[in-house]
Design a protein around this ligand. Structure first.
Ligand SMILES: [Zn+2]
Length: 370
C-alpha cells in the first residue's frame, strides 16, 4: 500500500490495518464517531454525572479506602487523584517503581499525595527480575515491551484491592485523549501467558516475584466477583491543556515533554525504538485523538508531528544510559534495531481465553466507554 494520511485526523498507513473511505477519512475516525454516539457527554455534564458516580464509589467503602488510583505521575492519573479529592474520596494511591521512573515523576507524585493527604503505596519491582524480563522482550523482537510494566501495575492493583476489600479502581484511561490506538502497535496487557512464554524462551531468571494476574483472574475479579474499573475522565469535559495547567498551579506539577515520558525507558522506547525498529510513531495516535476531541486542529497536530522525536545529543545520552542499565552492548543493540520485528502471536498467548471471556462479558454486562 502506498503511503496515505487521513484527511480528518493524522493517522496514516503506518497502521497496516487502516482503511479509508471515499473522502479519505480513516477507520479510526469512523470508530471514534461510533463510540462518541454511545457517550452522551452533554447529558453527563448537565446531570453532573461525575458526582453521582463518585458518590457511589464513596459509599461503597467498607475499610479504610473507597478506591484505588494507579499514579504514574502523568497528567491523566494525576488529574484523577485531584478529582477524587474534589469529591471527598479517600483512595489508596499506588505507584509502581520499575527502576525507570524519572526523578521528576517521583517528585510530582509525592507533591500530589502530600497536598491531597492521600496514602501512597509504592511497589518496588525486583530489578534483576524486571531487567531479565525486559531483555527477554528485546530478544523476542516483539513490539510491546511496555506490557511488562502495565501488566505489573494491573496485578499490584488487583492484589491490593482484594487485600483492602476495595471495590473501585479509578483509572486515568479516557476517551477524549486516548481513543485512537492501532491494535498492532500494542499488545493486550493482561496476556500473562505471552509474558511467561517469552521469559521461558529468552529470560535469564524465573518470574518469582514479578506481579502477575492471568486474564481469567482479571476478568473474574472485574465482572461480578470483585472490583470495578471506573474511568472518571469520561464523565467530564476532559481537556489535556487545562488539566496540565491546573496540576501546575495546584501541585507544582512539572511536565515531561511527551506523553508517558515520566519513565526514562518509555521515552527511549517511544521516541527511538518504536519509530526506528517498528516504524511506529505513537504521537500520531495521541495527536489524532486530540484532533477528534477538538482539543487541537489538524494543522496544529501536523506541526507538532513535524518536530523531531529526539534531540541528537539527548538521544546519545539516553541510549548510553538505557543500554548500560539493561546490560546490552551497543553492537547488540544495533543488530536488534536492524532485525525484523516478530509478532506477539508467534509466542503462546491467552488470546482465545480472552476472546471467549469478552464474548460472555459483552453478552451479560454490555460494553461501554464508561
Ligand atoms: Zn482519521
Amino acid at each position: 500500500m502506498s503511503h496515505q494520511i487521513c484527511s480528518r485526523c493524522i493517522m496514516d498507513t503506518t497502521d497496516p490495518k487502516i482503511t479509508f473511505d471515499a473522502d479519505g477519512v480513516c477507520s479510526h475516525c469512523h470508530s471514534y464517531d461510533a463510540v462518541e454516539k454511545t457517550w452522551p457527554l452533554k447529558t453527563y455534564l448537565a446531570e453532573d454525572k461525575i458526582s453521582q458516580v463518585l458518590e457511589k464509589v464513596k459509599t461503597s467503602k467498607s475499610g479504610q479506602y473507597d478506591s484505588i488510583v494507579g499514579l504514574s505521575g502523568g497528567v491523566d492519573s494525576s488529574y484523577v487523584a485531584y478529582l477524587a479529592h474534589q469529591h471527598g474520596l479517600n483512595p489508596l494511591c499506588v505507584h509502581l517503581d520499575n527502576g525507570w521512573n524519572s526523578e521528576l515523576a517521583v517528585s510530582n507524585i509525592h507533591n500530589i499525595v502530600k497536598k491531597l493527604n492521600f496514602d501512597l503505596h509504592t511497589h518496588v519491582i525486583d530489578w534483576n527480575e524486571f531487567r531479565s524480563l525486559q531483555r527477554a522482550f528485546f530478544k523476542a523482537h516483539v513490539v510491546d515491551i511496555e506490557v511488562l510494566s502495565d501488566h505489573a501495575i494491573f496485578a499490584v492493583i488487583i492484589n491490593l484491592a482484594k487485600k483492602h476489600n476495595i471495590k473501585y479502581v479509578l483509572s486515568g484511561a479516557n476517551f477524549a485523549t486516548e481513543a485512537v490506538m492501532p491494535k498492532s502497535w500494542v499488545h493486550r496487557k493482561q496476556d500473562l501467558k505471552n509474558i511467561r512464554h517469552i521469559n521461558k524462551l529468552y529470560g535469564e531468571l524465573p518470574m518469582k516475584t514479578f506481579p502477575q494476574a492471568s486474564t481469567l483472574r482479571h476478568v473474574l475479579l472485574m465482572y461480578g466477583l470483585g472490583y470495578k474499573v471506573m474511568k472518571p475522565l469520561n464523565y467530564i469535559d476532559y481537556n489535556k491543556k487545562e488539566a496540565m495547567q491546573l496540576l501546575k498551579d495546584k501541585f507544582d506539577w512539572r511536565p515531561y515533554g511527551g506523553k508517558h515520558y515520566e519513565s526514562l525507558f518509555t521515552k527511549f522506547y517511544q521516541a527511538h525504538i518504536l519509530p526506528n525498529k517498528f516504524n511506529i510513531d505513537k504521537r500520531k495516535a495521541h495527536l489524532s485523538t486530540l484532533v477528534l476531541s477538538k482539543q487541537m486542529t489538524r494543522e496544529e497536530a501536523l506541526e507538532e508531528l513535524s518536530k523531531p522525536l529526539y534531540d541528537p545529543e539527548e538521544l546519545e545520552q539516553d541510549k548510553a544510559y538505557v543500554l548500560k542499565k539493561l546490560g546490552l552492548t551497543p553492537e547488540w543493540f544495533e543488530d536488534y534495531m536492524k532485525a525484523p520485528p516478530r509478532s506477539h502471536y508467534e509466542f503462546k498467548s491467552d488470546e482465545k481465553t480472552f476472546q471467549f471471556l469478552a464474548l460472555i462479558r459483552d453478552r451479560f454486562f454490555g460494553a461501554s466507554v464508561s
